[in-house]
Write a protein that binds this ligand. Structure first.
Ligand code: AMP
Ligand code: GLY
Length: 441
C-alpha cells in the first residue's frame, strides 16, 4: 500500500506514526515532511502548496490514500483536485474547508442551524464596523474572517481597542486579504476545549478531548501562538458531554453542509468555550489541531487508517467507534528564539534517546544542514510525555524538555495547569471542567 501525508509539522509527524502503526508494511511518503519523520516515511521534496505536483506524484506512485494535514491546501481545493484525478484522499473539499477559511461563512451556518456560538456580525465596510462597535458591550472580539495562522482573533477589553483592531485589519491591511472582512463578536467567558471528529459526510465520530495552550508564556500571558502545548484527555470528557457536543454542534454542521450539496468529509475540529450556558463554538477548523494531534493520536488505540480509507472512498463510518487507551499524554512545545514574532533558525539541536513508551519527540520546525539537525524557526519540537496519570505524563514531558538543547529554546512549564493546578482556576471555571461526565445534561 502507498500512503501520502501532506504537510511538515508535528501534526503530520504524529499522523505518520499513526499510519505506520496501522500499516506496518505500507510505503509512506510525506510531502514535504520533516527530518523527524525519516525512518517512518520517505520524504518527498514537494511543498504542501504545490497541488499540481502532488497530484502528479500521486498518480505516478499509485497512492492509495492521501491525508492532508494543514488548512492552506485544503482551503485551496487540494481535495477537489485529487478527486477529479480519481485519487483517494482524506480531507474536506474546498467547500467544506470554508468552515475554517471563512469565519463569516461558519458563523452564518451556525446561526442558521442554532449551533451555540458567540453573537456576532460580519462587516466588509470599515465605517459600518466602527459604528457597530459604538453600540456593543465590552469586552468584545474582532476577527479577520480569512486564514491568519491562528493569529487573526483580537480580544479587546474596550471599544477603543476594538476600533484600533478594525482599522488595522480593514484599512491597514494587517492579515492582508484575510482581514478585509471582519467578524465582530461577543467575548465568551469560560474554559476552552478542543474536540475533533472524523466525518464521513453524514456522521461525526468523536476522538479524545484535548486542551491546548495558545499564549506564548506561562500563566497564559503574552502573544497568541499556533499552540505551545496540549494534553489529552481533557476534562470534561465523559460520554454524556461528548454526545451533547456531537448532537448540538457537529451533527447540525454536517447536516447543513450535506443539504447544501457539499458533504463534509475529513477531520472536523470544534474549538469550544465551556460556559455557564454549556459548550459554545469559538471556531471550527477543517483539520486536526497542532499540537493537539500529538497527544490525541498516540492515545487513540483503534486503527485510523481503515476509517480514513472508508471516508476517502465515500463509504460510511457506520459501526466505527474509536477506542481510547487508558492514561494521559501531555506535549510541551519547544520554540525558537523570538517566536511568535520573530524567527530564528540554523541552531544545532541535541536530542538524547528516550524510552518511546514514555516520551516521543515530534518534529515541527527542524531541518538537516550537512549532517546536523538544526532549527528551522517557529515551533521546533513537540515533546510528548505519556503516563498512567496526567501528572506522570507532565513530569515526563517537562523532564525530557530539560534534556533537549538548542540555542534560544523556550517553552512553557505549566501546560496542563487546568487539571494539574486546579486551585489556579476561579471556582466558577473549575465547576465547568470538574465533572468527567456531563455537568449539565
Ligand atoms: P480563533 O482564531 O477564532 O480560533 O480565536 C483564537 C483564540 O482567541 C481562541 O482560541 C480564544 O482563546 C480566543 N477567542 C476567540 N473568539 C473568542 C470569543 N468570542 N470569546 C472569547 N475568546 C475568544
Ligand atoms: N492548536 C490550535 C490549532 O491547531 O489551530
Amino acid at each position: 500500500m502507498n500512503l501520502l501525508i501532506i504537510g511538515s509539522g508535528g501534526r503530520e509527524h504524529a499522523i505518520a506514526d499513526c499510519l505506520r502503526r496501522d500499516a506496518p508494511d505500507a510505503t509512506i511518503h510525506a510531502a514535504p515532511g520533516n527530518p523527524g519523520m525519516r525512518g517512518t516515511a520517505e520524504l518527498v521534496d514537494i511543498p504542501a502548496g504545490d497541488i499540481h505536483a502532488l497530484v502528479e506524484f500521486s498518480v505516478e506512485h499509485r497512492v492509495d490514500l492521501t491525508v492532508v494535514g494543514p488548512e492552506t491546501p485544503l482551503a485551496a481545493g487540494i481535495v477537489d483536485r485529487f478527486r477529479e484525478a480519481g485519487l483517494p484522499v482524506f480531507g474536506p473539499d474546498r467547500a467544506g474547508a470554508r468552515l475554517e477559511a471563512s469565519k463569516a461563512f461558519a458563523k452564518r451556518l451556525m446561526r442558521e442551524r442554532g449551533v451555540p456560538t458567540a453573537d456576532h456580525e460580519t462587516f466588509d465596510d470599515p465605517e459600518a464596523a466602527l459604528d457597530y462597535v459604538s453600540g456593543h458591550d465590552e469586552p468584545l472580539v474582532v476577527k479577520a474572517s480569512g486564514l491568519a495562522a491562528g493569529k487573526g482573533a483580537i480580544a479587546c477589553e474596550s471599544r477603543a481597542e476594538a476600533r484600533t483592531a478594525i482599522r488595522e485589519m480593514m484599512i491597514g491591511g494587517r492579515f492582508g486579504e484575510a482581514g478585509a472582512r471582519v467578524v465582530i463578536e461577543e467575548f465568551m467567558r469560560g474554559v476552552e476545549l478542543s474536540v475533533f471528529f472524523v466525518a464521513d459526510g453524514e456522521r461525526a465520530v468523536p476522538l479524545l478531548t484535548s486542551r491546548d495552550y495558545k499564549r506564548v508564556g506561562d500563566g497564559d500571558r503574552g502573544l497568541n501562538t499556533g499552540g505551545m502545548g496540549a494534553y489529552a484527555p481533557a476534562a470534561p470528557s465523559g460520554p454524556a458531554f461528548i454526545e451533547r457536543v456531537r448532537r448540538t454542534i457537529a451533527q447540525p454542521v454536517l447536516e447543513a453542509m450535506s443539504e447544501a450539496g457539499a458533504p463534509y468529509r475529513g477531520f472536523l475540529y470544534a474549538g469550544l468555550m465551556l460556559t455557564e450556558e454549556g459548550p459554545r463554538v469559538v471556531e471550527f477548523n477543517c483539520r486536526m489541531g497542532d499540537p493537539e494531534t500529538q497527544v490525541v493520536l498516540p492515545l487513540t488505540r483503534s486503527n485510523l487508517l481503515e476509517p480514513m480509507l472508508r471516508v476517502a472512498h465515500d463509504d460510511s463510518l457506520r459501526g466505527w467507534h474509536p477506542e481510547a487507551a487508558t492514561g494521559a499524554a501531555l506535549v510541551t512545545v519547544m520554540a525558537s528564539a523570538g517566536y511568535p514574532e520573530g524567527s530564528d533558525s540554523g541552531r544545532p539541536i541535541k536530542i538524547p534517546a528516550f524510552d518511546p513508551e514514555k516520551v516521543k519527540v515530534f518534529h515541527a520546525g527542524t531541518a538537516i544542514r550537512g549532517d546536523r539537525l538544526v532549527t528551522a524557526g517557529g515551533r521546533v519540537l513537540g515533546v510528548a510525555g505519556f503516563g498512567t496519570t496526567l501528572e506522570e505524563a507532565a513530569r515526563r514531558s517537562r523532564k525530557a524538555v530539560e534534556h533537549i538543547r538548542f540555542e534560544g529554546a523556550h517553552s512553557r512549564a505549566d501546560i496542563g495547569w487546568h487539571e494539574l493546578e486546579p486551585a489556579r482556576l476561579p471556582a466558577g471555571e473549575r465547576a465547568l471542567i470538574a465533572s468527567p461526565g456531563d455537568p449539565r445534561p
